[in-house]
Ligand binder design. Structure first.
Ligand code: B4P
Length: 186
């Protein structure tokens, strides 16, 4: 977990090599569905462009389908899911059913103004349609309101690890590896 542009995708992409498990990003799955023009992509595009959350029902279907694939049978890094309490509860049910309990939840924290700068840079480099300033501020507000409580959900279960996501990318990776080793994630 982390705010938009907090480095979740960046760090998960690096950690998957270290841990030899797939990196499952719901944002990437949705962007692929939009690119491919699937019924899910057509439904999700306007919501994503507005910086809002796609419906829990669509997301649950997407995540269940992805977790049923062969490469996810021995573990995975989830990036961008769960993003609200209802998704966190659904995820617990899915993981209990497939007997793959959560090892832990990682929260990468970054100051909001730094995020606006980072995503302005990414908008120039990649042209993502939800990286303009107004939409980024909307995504930050939704994050504070709906996703930040998910961190408490895992903290109450003793499963949360928090790391500062500011500084060089490699430095953040080292901080994450040290924190998860200390937490004893298998
Ligand atoms: P995501 O794709 O998850 O978008 P994001 O929050 O911006 O994360 P992303 O992974 O792209 O960015 P990162 O933090 O790596 O979601 C997009 C949209 O999809 C959502 O708004 C929503 O509409 C929908 N959606 C996704 N999941 C959903 C769900 N579960 N429920 C409902 N809707 C859902 O940041 C990367 C940027 O920062 C990069 O440019 C990188 O170079 C830079 N960066 C990273 N680390 C840095 C560092 N240490 N220093 C400087 N720059 C750094």
């Amino acid at each position: 977990m982390g705010p938009p542009g907090g480095g979740k995708g960046t760090q998960a992409g690096l950690l998957k090599q270290q841990w030899q498990v797939p990196h499952i990003s719901t944002g990437e799955l949705l962007r692929a569905a939009v690119r491919d023009g699937t019924p899910l992509g057509l439904k999700a595009k306007a919501t994503m462009d507005a910086g809002e959350l796609v419906s829990d029902d669509l997301m649950l279907g997407l995540i269940e389908e992805r977790l049923s694939q062969p490469d996810a049978q021995t573990g995975f890094i989830l990036d961008g899911y769960p993003r609200n309490l209802s998704q966190a509860e659904s995820l617990d049910q899915v993981l209990a059913r497939i007997q793959q309990p959560v090892s832990g939840a990682l929260l990468v924290e970054v100051d909001s103004e730094k995020i606006v700068d980072r995503l302005a840079k990414r908008a120039q480099q990649e042209g993502r349609s939800d990286d303009n300033e107004a939409t980024v501020r909307k995504r930050l507000a939704i994050y504070a309101e709906q996703t930040a409580p998910v961190a408490n959900y895992y903290a109450e279960k003793g499963q949360l690890v928090q790391v500062l996501g500011e500084g060089e990318i490699a430095e953040v990776t080292q901080r994450i590896l040290a924190a998860v080793n200390e937490a004893g994630w298998g």
